[in-house]
Write a protein that binds this ligand. Structure first.
Ligand code: ATP
Length: 285
């Protein structure tokens, strides 16, 4: 694996885009004090995912964006791309050329890219894990870091050997797995809490369901009883109706008989009156 190209634009002292090609034989960058040599190293560190502003010799991340000069406006975007030749497949990817890019906008937005495809910082750190390349790996060593390694500050010697021997990725994975395990345990205890709550609610819901069931049963019975009652009432009404109808026809018959009797009586009264009249006539003669 070989570093082949570094492109910097809007990063620290590099207002204009510069491209450094690391052709065969390039082993050092030289230049007068303050010309930006360390900024080149900072750019490499930064594009590999450095998060510490101190390591980038800056107060805050925004200050790594080109601040402008007397005659130039500050930049709104810092962008660095680093290209590797991966012919020997040291990087775990099928690409023979790998370009990592990092961008930072003045409004705080940032972006990582792998071969111009948006990705997460984790994708970049995973890609370079145990290759010796990385923001805090042994491929970028400052003068003060040599002192730290000699004095074994913060176990730095062990970290260096672990990275070089290729076990860092397993340590990182172990750390990630342990973190996941902790998260899962936390989730599990939340599930337990939820289960307790649900069981509690379940009891009250069971009671409510029983009451609802009883209510439905009673409502059904009430409905049936109402229908039966109505049925009996209708039957009673029909009997009464029949009885009243027969009474009515009897009364009508009696009334017709009485009318006939009245008629007969009136006829005989008429005949009696006639007889009476004739007798009165005979008497007067
Ligand atoms: P030395 O050899 O003394 O260590 P160097 O060549 O490594 O110097 P650097 O430290 O890389 O130089 O660059 C320092 C220069 O970068 C300074 O002139 C500083 O003003 C400039 N610089 C740093 N940050 C920015 C920024 N955000 N915008 C513009 N210029 C910046």
């Amino acid at each position: 694996m070989q570093l082949t190209k570094l492109e910097i634009k809007g990063f620290k002292s590099f207002g204009d885009k510069i491209t450094i090609n690391f052709n065969d034989g390039v082993t050092a960058i030289v230049g007068p004090n303050g010309c930006g040599k360390s900024n080149v190293v900072d750019a490499i560190r930064w594009v590999l995912g450095e998060q510490s502003t101190k390591m980038l010799r800056s107060d805050k991340m925004e200050n790594i964006i080109f601040n402008g000069t007397k005659n130039r406006k500050p930049a709104n975007l810092a962008e660095v791309s680093l290209t590797f030749n991966n012919n020997n497949n040291i990087l775990p990817t099928e690409f023979s050329t790998v370009t990592v890019t990092r961008k930072l906008f003045r409004n705080g937005d940032s972006e990582y890219r792998l071969n111009d495809v948006k990705c997460r910082l984790k994708d970049i750190t995973d890609l370079f894990l145990d290759t010796g390349v990385g923001a805090d790996s042994y491929s970028i060593i400052e003068l003060k870091m040599i002192d730290e390694i000699i004095n074994n500050k913060d176990n730095s010697r062990r970290n260096l050997f672990e990275e070089a021997s290729g076990i860092s990725k397993y340590k990182v994975r172990k750390k990630q797995t342990l973190a996941k395990l902790r998260d899962t345990e936390a989730d599990l205890s939340r599930v337990d809490d939820l289960l307790y709550e649900i069981t509690k609610n379940l009891k009250s819901l069971e009671n409510q369901a029983k009451k609802a069931e009883k209510y439905t049963l009673l409502k059904g019975e009430y409905r049936q009883s109402s229908i039966d009652l109505a049925y009996y009432r209708i039957a009673d009404f029909s009997t009464d109706l029949e009885r009243l109808q027969s009474q009515e026809s009897k009364v009508q018959k009696d009334s017709a008989n009485a009318q006939q009797a009245i008629l007969d009586t009136e006829i005989s009264l008429q005949s009696l009156r006639q007889t009476n009249l004739e007798q009165e006539k005979n008497l007067s003669v």
